[in-house]
Design a protein around this ligand. Structure first.
Ligand SMILES: [Zn+2]
Length: 268
């Protein structure tokens, strides 16, 4: 699932390529969500793409009188390409643009939603401070941690607590902070919470700086392929491999149904 850094990079690129362009057509291969093709065409065609925003892990396009909210979920992919791609669930064509913007999903789970007022959207309204844009005050962070009895990892992924963090950056932040993902949130000391607070900000801004988004999330034919990501995970996806810090073995377990990676030596 694309997390904040990947979505941020996609949003910046959509902005670069399409901002201020006027919608010339809409592609909606099958009925999705609560709108019909006719409604969508009426709302979008002839309107300008006024802004491209990110809210947590959602992409938001401000077009004409409202906002298109795109949730990529597990397998959604954004494509900036010439021709209609496979598994397209939604597309926007722009006047005088060589490329068009599509959302694809072979499982069809990605969501497209139209709202006239962003604050009216329950999901967006419920999001906690953004892990990249917002200051994320330590007092808020620590207070919420102390009041939570669930695992610290599950709390980190709760979008109402901090928006944008998913499985990958939760385990990476916990590794950098030296905290076991199994710990109940409320058991963290103030110092541990301080380390984690710093690690969350670090891991997210580093990923935004370095990441090239995997093609399964973003296909961009409008420019040369990005260089391979120089980002190297410490623990994510590395079970059985050597810890880059202590040389021990990275372990994999499940917490709340999600694959969780950690180093039993470095994280207590
Ligand atoms: Zn280690």
């Amino acid at each position: 699932m694309p997390e904040l850094p990947e979505v941020e990079i996609i949003v910046r690129r959509i902005r670069e390529v399409f901002l201020d362009s006027v919608v010339s057509d809409v592609v909606l291969p099958s009925k999705r969500g609560s709108f019909s093709m006719d409604q969508m065409r009426q709302r979008l065609i002839g309107q300008r793409l006024e802004d491209v925003l990110r809210r947590g892990k959602a992409i938001v396009l401000k077009i004409g009188q409202g906002f298109l909210i795109i949730h990529l979920r597990l397998n959604g992919q954004v494509c900036i390409v010439h021709n209609l791609p496979r598994h397209c669930i939604f597309g926007v064509l722009f006047e005088d643009k060589e490329y068009s913007l599509y959302v694809c999903d072979f499982r069809g789970l990605a969501q497209i939603k139209w709202v006239e007022d962003l604050d009216e959207d329950e999901f967006i309204n419920g999001l906690g401070p953004d892990a990249l844009y917002d200051e994320l005050a330590f007092d808020y962070f620590y207070d919420r941690i102390k009041r939570n009895r669930g695992s610290i990892k599950t709390l980190l992924m709760d979008q109402r607590f901090i928006s944008g963090i998913g499985n990958i950056y939760a385990v990476e932040a916990l590794f950098r902070a030296g905290i076991s993902p199994h710990r109940p949130a409320s058991s963290l000391s103030r110092d541990e919470a301080k380390r984690l607070h710093k690690a969350v900000k670090e891991v997210i801004s580093l990923a935004v700086k370095r990441a090239a988004v995997p093609e399964k999330y973003f296909k961009d034919d409008s420019r040369r392929p990005a260089k391979r990501a120089s980002w190297e995970f410490f623990v994510y996806g590395r079970d059985g491999q050597e810890c880059r810090v202590c040389g021990g073995k990275i372990k994999k377990t499940k917490i709340a149904g999600r694959g969780t990676y950690f180093c039993p030596n470095c994280q207590v």
